[in-house]
Design a protein around this ligand. Structure first.
Ligand code: TEU
Ligand code: CA
Length: 538
C-alpha cells in the first residue's frame, strides 16, 4: 500500500512571518489557525512548521532552549493543541521541526554542562582541551569562523557547527539520545504528523577526525531512533541533508532499513555558485545544468527502494523566480512553469509560504537592513578578507535568507495584511500587486496552478507511482513522460527566457495545465519564454 506521504503535498510555514494576530509584528500560532481555511482551499495535506519552541531567537528558533515549551511570542501550548485539532478537521497534519543536532546555549542542559567538567550534563555536549592555547582543530562553523568556542569557566572549547549560541549535542552519549527520544514521543503523542529533522546528517559527527556530515554512527542512530520512537506510527519524517547523494538518500529512505521516509537533498543549489566554493560565490544560472540535476534524481534513484522530496524554496533559500526565473516581465509565467515542472515529478512536493502567489526576493541597499545572522557574519568576515561592500551586498541580495523570510503578503492593505503593527522584518513593497487576495480573485493566478497540481496528484495514481522517462530536447527544455498502465502524460517546461523549439512524436489527447494558451499540437512547437504544459498523450 502507498503511504499517505507519497501522494501528499506539504506546505512549509515560517511562523514568524506568516500571520500576526495580536499586532506585535510577529507571526503567531493564532495567526496560522486563522489561515487554515486558505490552506485547505489550496489543498495541501500537511504543514511543516518551522520551530515554535522556546528560544532566545538567535537563529529564529533553530536555537531551542526548551523542546517542550512554546515560545511566548508564538502563543501557548494550548494554542498549538488547537492548531493541531483545527488542522485535523481540515485533513491537514502538522509536521514539527526537530532540531536535535544542537540546542540553544540557554537550554538547561547547556547551562548545567558549562558549570564544571564533572557536571552530570557535561557530556551532553562536545568539549575539548585547547591545543597550544588554541582551538582543538580548524573545523569551521556554517555561520563563519571557528566551530570551537572557548569557555572561560572550565578552560575548554565546545563545538558549534552553527552560531556559538547553538552548541552541538553529543549523540555518542546514550542518556542524551534517550532524552531526545522521550521528547519526540511527547510530540508524537499529541497526534502530530511527523518531523522535519534539521541538519540530521551531522549527528554522527566525529570532530577529532574532522567529520561532520555522514559520520559512521549516523545511520545506526537513525535506526535506533526509528525503533524506539517512530516505528508503527502513521507519520512521516524528512531529513535535511545537504551532503546527500544517490547512495546516501537510499540509505536514509529505503523502507527496509527503517530510518526516514525521505530527505531533502540540495544538489541543484550548486548550479549558480562557483564549483567548490560557497553559496555567496555567485556564478551565472544555466538552465541546462539545472535540468541535468533534476533528471539525474528522477532517473537514477530507485523509487521502489528510496523516496525523495521536491522543492524549490524554503526559509534558507531565495525565491525561485527571482533566482532562476523572472520576477518582472515573466513573473507569473515563470512561477507557473516551476510549479508544473516540479509537481509532476516523482517524490513528495513541498511549497514554501508565499511561493504559491509568486513572492519575490527583496533586495537591500545596506547591511543595516539585514536581519539574518548568516548574512551578517559572512559580510563582516569577508569585509576583513578584502571583499568589497558592493559585491557582498550583491551576494546577500542573491542568496541571503531574509529574502524568503519577508512577511507573507495577504492583501493590499497596510503591511500586506500581515500585521496591524510594525512587522519584525520589512514587508516587500510589491505587496500591492502580489498578494493572496489578488491571487484568489484572479482565476489565472499562480495560486490556482498550484491548486490544480495538488488536485492532479491526489486524483491520479500516475503522478505518484508512474514511471519517469525523459525526452531528448533542446538544452533549456525539460520534458518527461509519466507512464502507468496504458496511460501516458507528457510534461514540458522551458526553463529559460529564450524561445525554444519542441517536438514530440505523440498525439495530444488533453491538455491538463498550461501557462500560456494550451498547445494544439506537439509537432514543431515554438515554446515561449518559460512556457510549460502538462498533457495526456498517446
Ligand atoms: O540549515 C542547515 C544549514 O546548513 C544552513 O546553514 C544552510 O547551509 C544555509 O542556511 C543555506 O543557506 C538548518 C536550518 O534550515 C537553518 O535555518 C538553521 O539556521 C540551521 O539548520 C541551524 O539549525
Ligand atoms: Ca504576534
Amino acid at each position: 500500500m502507498t503511504p499517505w506521504w507519497k501522494n501528499a503535498v506539504i506546505y512549509q510555514i515560517y511562523p514568524k512571518s506568516f500571520q500576526d494576530s495580536n499586532g506585535d509584528g510577529i507571526g503567531d500560532l493564532n495567526g496560522i489557525i486563522n489561515r487554515l481555511d486558505y490552506l485547505q482551499k489550496l489543498g495541501i495535506d500537511a504543514i511543516w512548521l518551522s520551530p515554535i519552541y522556546q528560544s532566545p531567537g538567535v537563529d529564529n528558533g533553530y536555537d531551542i532552549s526548551d523542546y517542550q515549551a512554546i515560545d511566548p511570542q508564538y502563543g501557548t501550548m494550548a494554542d498549538l493543541d488547537r492548531l493541531i485539532a483545527e488542522a485535523k478537521k481540515r485533513n491537514i497534519r502538522i509536521i514539527m521541526d526537530l532540531v536535535v543536532n544542537h540546542t540553544s546555549d540557554q537550554h538547561q542542559w547547556f547551562i548545567e554542562a558549562r558549570k564544571s567538567k564533572n557536571n552530570p550534563k557535561r557530556d551532553f555536549y562536545i568539549w575539548r582541551d585547547p591545543i597550544n592555547r588554541h582551538e582543538p582543530n580548524d573545523l569551521t562553523s556554517n555561520f563563519s569562523g571557528s566551530a570551537w568556542q572557548y569557555d572561560q569557566t572550565t578552560g575548554q572549547y565546545y563545538l558549534h557547527f552553527f552560531a556559538p549560541e547553538q552548541p552541538d549535542l553529543n549523540w555518542q552519549n546514550p542518556e542524551l539520545r534517550q532524552k531526545i527520544y522521550e521528547m519526540m514521543t511527547f510530540w508524537l503523542d499529541k497526534g502530530i504528523g511527523g518531523f522535519r529533522m534539521d541538519v540530521i546528517e551531522l549527528i554522527g559527527k566525529e570532530p577529532d577526525r574532522k567529520i561532520g556530515a555522514n559520520g559512521p554512527k549516523l545511520h545506526p542512530y537513525l535506526q535506533e531512533m526509528n525503533q524506539k520512537v517512530l516505528a508503527n506510527r502513521d507519520i512521516m519524517t524528512v531529513g535535511e541533508t545537504w551532503s546527500a547523494d544517490l547512495e546516501t538518500v537510499t540509505k536514509y529512505s529505503d523502507p527496509a532499513r527503517h530510518e526516514l521516509s525521505m530527505v531533502f537533498q540540495f544538489e541543484d543549489q550548486q548550479v549558480d555558485q562557483q564549483p567548490g566554493k560557497e553559496k555567496w560565490d555567485l556564478a551565472p544560472y544555466r538552465p541546462a545544468a539545472l535540468k541535468k540535476i533534476l533528471l539525474k534524481w528522477q532517473t537514477q534513484l530507485d523509487y521502489r527502494h528510496a523516496w525523495n522530496s521536491l522543492f524549490w524554496e524554503n526559509h534558507d533559500l531565495p525565491r525561485v523566480i527571482s533566482r532562476w526565473g523572472s520576477d518582472t516581465t515573466y513573473r507569473v509565467q515563470s512561477a507557473k512553469m516551476f510549479a508544473i515542472a516540479l509537481h509532476l515529478m516523482r517524490g513528495t512536493p513541498y511549497i514554501y509560504n508565499g511561493e504559491e502567489i509568486g513572492m519575490t526576493n527583496y533586495p537591500v541597499k545596506d547591511i543595516t537592513e539585514v536581519a539574518d545572522l548568516e548574512s551578517i557574519n559572512m559580510y563582516h568576515d569577508r569585509l576583513q578578507k578584502g571583499y568589497s561592500k558592493q559585491e557582498l551586498l550583491k551576494a546577500i541580495n542573491a542568496k541571503g535568507r531574509d529574502n524568503a523570510r519577508r512577511p507573507m503578503q495577504w492583501s493590499d492593505r497596510l503591511q500586506a495584511g500581515f500585521t496591524s503593527g510594525e512587522p519584525w522584518l520589512k514587508v516587500n513593497p510589491n505587496y500591492q500587486q502580489i498578494n493572496v487576495q489578488a491571487a484568489l480573485a484572479d482565476p489565472n493566478s499562480i495560486f490556482y496552478t498550484y491548486q490544480k497540481l495538488i488536485r492532479l496528484r491526489h486524483e491520479n495514481e500516475i503522478v505518484v507511482t508512474g514511471s519517469f522517462k525523459p525526452l531528448t530536447t533542446s538544452a533549456d527544455v525539460l520534458a518527461y513522460y509519466r507512464e502507468l498502465g496504458d496511460q501516458r502524460w507528457l510534461i514540458v517546461a522551458n526553463l529559460s527566457e529564450n524561445k525554444a523549439q519542441f517536438t514530440a512524436p505523440d498525439q495530444l489527447k488533453q491538455v491538463l495545465l498550461s501557462n500560456y494558451c494550451a498547445p494544439q499540437t506537439l509537432q514543431a512547437l515554438t515554446l515561449k519564454p518559460y512556457e510549460a504544459f502538462a498533457a495526456i498523450v498517446n
